[in-house]
Design a protein around this ligand. Structure first.
Ligand code: HEM
Length: 493
């Protein structure tokens, strides 16, 4: 069927041509409308369902696709020394990636100039299936136990009555959470407002493991180093940017990719032997800590380039789903208590937000050529049946007739040995202040001044007992930190 303009003919999703897209069916030209208005009802009903719930955190984001090129080495050594993960083994091997940068607290249409951590989530579409490295632009986090996550997020989200973000609520929680001081010292410095997504580093934050072919493991932390450099904004600069629009960072990254100025990040790892490291003054599984780079140097692993924008915001951004449990052979969890909690949370929220078959969507499925063969069945929006082997009747295992069989024994699961009493207790080496103090002392002067000014401004809106508690914490980090904030608030240390 054609039309006078030679454009493709507008149809319904049933494939029927639409002859009139401007008027409903009515009795006479003035109405009333008739109920068998099928084409109109379908159009409106679909519109009514155009949204899925936004992410509970990280609702606003930017997605681009690209590739990761392996160096074949980890620092000076062959990658195989530390990991059998295929994507790292061969120099020049390219793995397609999708990256989602995001803000955390604001809703789907909120400002990208807000003070907030930035999400830095990478989906590697490897020959062994997907690997998600779900990180942030700051190297540490507010808390070290996943059970506190709803609380820290509630304190940072708008007040449940006034729906306004309130410094008093934020610092009330933080004052009772001393492990947050290191993260706060990063977040309220200019690093808390990256100038753009291209000009920020990324960090896996949590501690993971790498496992080699001999079944030996090491602990690792991941770092993405921006090849565009790091640029941050002060509150004043951010206010100007925000005054001109809410989506400057999305615009910046989209435009750069469209003009062929492809942003790059080099992936590095820090490595530690897989034990408790009693010689350190922090626990290697504590995500409120960084690992000193002079002792645990950064070792380059490969380069990521983003070279393609999405063709649908909804399909490739809203429906894109990451999770910390999405690992490939040779890359593993650690016992980090945050990581374990996160691993449940991501896929749980995605089954709610997108639906139980979210992994069938092209943006979340493994890359073409990686065979998915499961006995999973049905559920909302199921549109394909996974490979079932010789007989489509057999959707169970074991079967003597046909079906699927488990992978052979050459796959060696990493089996760490753990023993201990089951408890609900904090870790022994908390050391909540030392690294925050060190960060305060080593940041450039203008960043330190900005941090202090931001703390004075926000704590100035808080109750006095919260101000006093925060000053006490800052003083534990560094005396000058506490004193400068106290002076600004007209209090004594
Ligand atoms: C126990 C602590 C945490 C929990 C329970 C948690 C939970 C969640 C949830 C439920 C989402 C929404 C996912 C979705 O709807 O698709 C999310 C998104 C995200 N989280 Fe976490 N999170 C935690 C800590 C962290 C940490 C420490 C980082 C950084 C290393 C992080 C980075 C991200 C990123 C980047 C996203 C956005 C992913 C995307 O772009 O789709 N989260 N988190």
């Amino acid at each position: 069927m054609t039309n006078p303009e030679s454009k493709p003919v507008l149809t319904t999703r049933q494939g029927h041509p639409v002859h009139n897209n401007a008027q409903q069916r009515t009795v006479g030209t003035r109405g009333p409308a008739t109920l068998e208005n099928y084409q109109f009802l379908e159009k409106i009903a679909h519109f009514d369902r155009e949204r899925v719930p936004e992410r509970v955190v990280h609702a606003r984001g930017f997605v681009a696709h690209g590739e990761f090129e392996a160096y074949g080495t980890i620092g000076e050594e062959p990658a195989a020394v530390y990991t059998r993960a295929k994507l790292f083994q061969i120099k020049g091997e390219r793995t397609p990636v999708s990256v989602r940068f995001s803000t955390v607290i604001g809703g789907r249409d909120s400002s990208e100039a807000a003070r907030d951590p930035r999400g830095f989530a990478v989906k590697f579409r490897t020959a062994d299936g997907n690997w998600d490295l779900v990180g942030n632009n700051l190297p540490v986090f507010f808390i070290r136990d996943a059970i506190k996550f709803p609380d820290v997020i509630h304190s940072l989200k708008p007040d449940p009555i006034t729906f306004k973000q309130e410094p008093n609520r934020i610092f009330d929680f933080m004052a009772g959470t001393p492990e947050s001081m290191h993260m706060l010292t990063w977040l309220f410095s200019p690093r808390g407002i990256p100038a753009n997504y291209r000009t920020q580093d990324g960090f896996g934050v949590n501690t993971y493991r790498m496992v080699n072919a001999a079944g030996e493991a090491v602990l690792v932390k991941y770092h993405w180093k921006s090849q565009q450099g790091i640029e941050s904004m002060t509150e004043e600069q951010a206010a100007v940017v925000q005054g001109q629009g809410l989506g400057h960072a999305t615009q910046d990254a989209y435009d750069a990719i469209e003009r062929g100025d492809f942003p790059k990040w080099e992936l590095h790892v820090q490595i530690m032997s897989d034990d408790e490291h009693p010689e350190l003054d922090f626990d290697p599984l504590d995500d409120t800590k960084t690992w000193p780079e002079d002792v645990f140097p950064l070792r380059a692993v490969g380069m990521m380039t983003l070279n393609q924008n999405v063709s649908s915001f909804f399909n490739e951004n809203e429906q894109l789903a990451f999770g910390t449990g999405v690992l490939v052979d040779g890359l593993d969890f650690s016992d980090d208590k945050m990581l374990i909690g996160r691993t449940f949370s991501y896929s749980d929220t995605q089954r709610y937000r997108i639906g139980p078959n979210y992994l069938q969507l092209p943006v979340n499925a493994p890359r073409p050529g990686v065979k998915v063969a499961t006995n999973q069945e049905g559920g909302p929006m199921s549109f394909a049946v996974d490979n079932r082997g010789a007989s489509p009747h057999i959707n169970f295992e074991p079967s003597s007739v046909a079906g699927l069989a488990t992978a052979d024994d050459s796959y060696q699961e990493y089996r760490p040995f753990v023993s201990g009493q089951i408890v609900k207790a904090p870790i022994a080496r908390q050391n909540n202040y030392a690294q925050a103090g060190e960060r305060f002392r080593t940041m450039p002067q203008w960043e330190r001044d900005d941090l202090v000014a931001n703390m004075i401004n926000l704590l100035g809106q808080c109750d006095k007992h919260i101000q006093e508690k925060m000053i006490w914490h800052f003083t534990q980090c560094d005396e000058a930190y506490g004193k400068r904030v106290a002076d600004g608030l007209g209090l004594t240390v």
